[in-house]
Design a protein around this ligand. Structure first.
Ligand code: HEM
Length: 271
């Protein structure tokens, strides 16, 4: 009897140790620590910043011509030519980004919970307050706006279910038709301003999270965060504005494709 009682008293301790990470593989154990979560948030943040920047630069092709931006969308599906079956590379990137997005949200959420447990009264260091007070305080709100925006954006321009005039393989048509709806254009502008605020604090915090926190670099960190956020916001807000103001329209004037514009997409059906 006594032996049974002693064994059952030991077992829960073993289970707790495993949950706390002692027996877990090191990446999992690392992620369970606050420092690990900060690293994951920073590294996935860098990946997402890379995506947002290249995506914005790619969309600038909207100003070149209908053909240019449509060929760009087609090229993304076809990378790296005949080396892999079509869309395999694109799907690899997509899965990587989905994983990065999931980990970014999970680490942010877990760190918030940890911070609240460790410090129930909100405290902000004077340095953070000066550098990024408004952005820092609104990270959760701007993050949620970006998630909601992304869901609508994918339904609007990738799946096409939120865009009645969607034509598969014709991003030029889809963008112009989408932004011709004033409420949608305003939603894109507001969401991208929120993204800018989120990026500003995120780009500033990356260095802190990775342990690069010498006050000597504060001004450079601030300028980098401001510059990065400004480039993304100016680029992304310009697209709906260009359509609302008629700078870019459905008539295809000045584009490489002769009028009248082709009614349907010239490219394949795959996403
Ligand atoms: C006004 C700014 C933006 C414009 C004009 C724009 C435009 C587009 C277009 C045309 C597509 C479809 C591409 C295609 O199927 O060929 C697309 C897809 C996508 N966009 Fe955006 N985008 C903007 C901002 C953003 C932002 C800020 C994010 C992230 C926060 C984002 C994330 C995505 C994602 C994840 C996809 C799916 C890419 C894929 O096919 O895997 N976009 N966007």
């Amino acid at each position: 009897m006594a032996t049974t009682t002693r064994r059952s008293a030991v077992e829960p301790i073993k289970a707790r140790r495993t949950r706390e990470g002692e027996a877990a593989p090191w990446p999992v154990a690392f992620y369970r620590s606050a420092v690990g979560k900060k690293w994951v948030m920073a590294v996935t943040g860098i990946m997402l910043m890379g995506f947002v920047l290249t995506h914005m630069i790619g969309n600038v092709k909207l100003y070149l011509s209908r053909e240019e931006i449509n060929l760009y969308g087609e090229a993304l599906r076809d990378i790296p030519g005949h080396l892999l079956p079509r869309t395999v590379f694109l799907w690899t990137i997509r899965l990587g980004l989905i994983a990065a997005f999931g980990l970014h949200m999970h680490s942010a959420f877990s760190l918030t919970v940890l911070n609240r447990k460790a410090r129930p009264v909100t405290y902000q260091s004077p340095r953070d307050y000066v550098a990024a007070s408004f952005a820092a305080r609104t990270m959760r709100v701007t993050g949620i706006i970006v998630i909601l925006y992304l869901i609508f954006h994918l339904l609007d321009l990738t799946a096409g279910t939120a865009n009645p005039d969607f034509v598969r393989g014709d991003p030029y048509n889809n963008l112009v038709r989408s932004f011709e709806r004033p409420l949608v254009a305003i939603a894109y502008i507001v969401a991208n301003l929120a993204l800018g605020v989120h990026l500003f604090h995120g780009a500033w915090s990356i260095f802190q999270s990775l342990g690069i926190n010498n006050p000597r670099y504060n001004l450079a960190r601030k300028r980098f965060a401001q510059g990065f956020a400004a480039i993304i916001v100016i680029g992304n807000v310009s697209f709906p504005l260009a359509v609302i103001t008629g700078v870019v329209d459905q008539a295809c004037e000045g584009t490489a494709i002769e009028s009248p514009c082709p009614a349907s997409g010239a490219f394949g059906e795959e996403n």
